[in-house]
Design a protein around this ligand. Structure first.
Ligand code: E4P
Length: 219
């Protein structure tokens, strides 16, 4: 499973990217707003740090406007993926951009039929929003499983990008359900390595070595 960071915070992205475990980044207008900075400038900095796909979301809702904004984004770097909403104009833009060789991430997906339509429009990524479905009492993970089944049934190559992730369990179950990518907020990304028995075990190993004077000479 590829792991993307779901943030527009450049400092946070730089920090996690040092691990070599960040395969890409997703941003959206709300995340861009949080930075208080120019969206295009922020995207330029992110693309310089992360070589994998960096999603940049259009603000226009009509086809022509989306295409104009996509042109601005695609000039930033080769790893930009244009993020368009799952609307008729969004899918029209998705088709035009994909036919032209541009990566497109279709966002705000809440049904498997929507995901099938996005795949037919040539989307590189489909973003089902797990957390927002859970928030209204539905099961986000069922959506991931249904999309996996449909894509496998018909050989669609569109990557399932599990979005709106709220917990480590979301990452686990999305991976088990066959999501290709998970986009994860920084605080949850950090928790992916956490386990109390890892901390406790390490503490014991180091205490035992210290007590017995075990060392490793490096020079
Ligand atoms: C990423 O592509 C999505 O925009 C993001 O995961 C949405 O997350 P939220 O539901 O927590 O806002």
């Amino acid at each position: 499973m590829k792991l993307f960071l779901d943030t527009a915070d450049v400092a946070e992205i730089r920090e996690y990217a040092k691990s070599g475990l960040v395969d890409g980044v997703t941003t959206n207008p709300s995340l861009a707003a949080k930075t208080g900075r120019d969206y295009v400038e922020v995207l330029k900095e992110i693309c310089a740090v992360v070589p994998g796909a960096v999603s940049a979301e259009v603000l226009a809702t009509d086809f022509d406007g989306m295409m104009k904004q996509a042109k601005v984004f695609t000039k930033i770097a080769r790893n930009i993926a244009i993020k368009v909403p799952l609307t008729w104009d969004g899918l029209k833009a998705c088709k035009a951009l994909s036919d032209d060789g541009t990566m497109v991430n279709v966002t705000l997906c809440f049904s498997a039929v929507q995901a099938m339509m996005a795949a037919k429009a040539g989307a590189h990524f489909i973003s089902p929003f797990i957390g927002r479905l859970d928030d209204i009492g539905e099961d986000g993970m069922t959506l991931i499983r249904d999309i996996r089944t449909i894509y496998d049934n018909y050989g669609f190559k569109t990557e399932i990008l599990a979005a709106s992730i709220r917990s480590v369990s979301h990452v686990l179950y999305a991976a088990l359900a066959g999501a290709d990518v998970g986009t994860i907020p920084g605080d949850i990304f950090k928790k992916l390595l956490s386990h109390p028995l890892t901390d406790k075990g390490l503490e014991t190993f180091l205490a035992d070595a210290k007590k017995a004077g075990v060392t490793i000479k490096t020079e």
